[in-house]
Design a binder for this molecule. Sequence first.
Ligand code: SAH
Ligand code: SF4
Ligand code: F3S
Length: 462
Amino acid sequence: MAKKFLIRTFGCQMNEHDSERLAGMLVADGMEPTEDLESADVVVLNTCCIRENADNRLYGTLGHLATTKAEKPGMQIAVTGCLSQKDREGVLDRAGWVDVVVGTHNLGSTAGLLRKAVTDGPQVEILDAPDPEGDLDPSLALNAVREASHTAWMTIQTGCDNTCAYCIVPSVRGGEVSRPIDDLVREAEVLARRGVREVTLLGQNVNSYGRDITKRSPLFAQLLREIGTVDGIERVRFTSPHPKDLRPDTVAAMAEVDAVCNQLHLPLQAGSNTVLSAMHRGYTAERYLEKLAMARDAVPDLGVTTDIIVGFPGETEADFEQTLAVAAEAEFDSAFTFIFSPRPGTQAAAMTEQFVDPDVIGDRFARLDAVVQRSGLLKHEARVGMVERVMVEGPSRRNGDVAAARTTQGKLVHYAPHDAQALQAGAIVDVKITHGAPHHLEGEQVALVEPTRVKRRLEVRS
Ligand code: SAH
Ligand code: SF4
Ligand code: F3S
């Protein structure tokens, strides 16, 4: 009987996509996916270490799994991803019942190491640089077992060449490596043939895509144009661009290529120039706002979201007020706000003298949230009465009779579908917005524009 595997994902979209690629690899190795821990022979934890609570969650989960494994001795546990890369053998020191530890550069080794661990005991394999044959092999992405049928993630670049003082990503993911443009276009074509209508291009710094391919000249705008004109790909999204690298050619491609969505996730991180400089972000608040204005001028009705960190070491009340002011001026549609978390080996983690008091951080976090919620709600209320062309994700999680869909800005819309076709993943529907809530919109169906052309099963192989 085929072995069953279960994958839990702890990190960002790139980490989620790595899990899909891992699943494809395990299926190719003869295993079957399961969602049920009781019946799983192999449990893979694909980890994250961006903030301390991500570490804690993983070791908490491993603690629970110790009990499960004690009752099921044949079960194997693999830990993959960023926390493995950071903690290496340390994962086994803290959780000796783990069978395989694989880092970020050699995802492709996981299936082989699981087999080896059966006879040879625990395996730890961490590389210090990407394995070009392994991790970025196009077949890994083409064979990925994707959760959604109409949308797909595409990792266009791994690693990061920046040196943000708080961030652990460069040390776990390594330097930037761009996948060849031809591989990516081919991948988009295959996905489109399988019925995927929307792709999201992933990278830590997507708009520097290609700097390592042609002598430091980014190719991101060209990539947007090429992927955006692949037959059958109706929507292209990307995350995240870095403000310092956002160039007119990228926003021009966004404006000119119909398929590229009116959506920009542009991480601000802080509004104080002192803090931005200490963070090594490479822009001032003024420059950030100029870049945003450039994007909004070029792309009408652009939805803008951001990331902001509260409590970076040395952040004063005056610094924080600047963050509030810039956030208010930027009028974000929504923001991911994070409390600064010291990460081992980063510059900011060593600035202990300047750590901000947790109560002060808590208070600032709530004040920032209020500012972002206000602009988000105003943006959503302003959409009432508009007819939006949305792509259906499927039934809403809370109520199966209600459809969940996304606007081109990436906003979630709930509406009552007129028929089963308007509830089908990938269908395109015109919806009139009737209500703007802080985190989603509500609407009523105007017309089904078209159902999905390809009725597709979850495909595993190309
Ligand atoms: N490469 C992306 C971000 C990846 S991490 C970019 O630069 O846009 C996602 C977000 O996590 C970051 O934008 C930042 O806001 C937050 N983050 C990263 N390190 C953090 C830390 N040590 N503490 C708190 N938040 C952090
Ligand atoms: Fe981290 Fe900065 Fe790179 Fe983003 S750009 S991954 S925040 S170092
Ligand atoms: Fe986490 Fe690694 Fe992504 S640290 S945020 S899973 S790149």
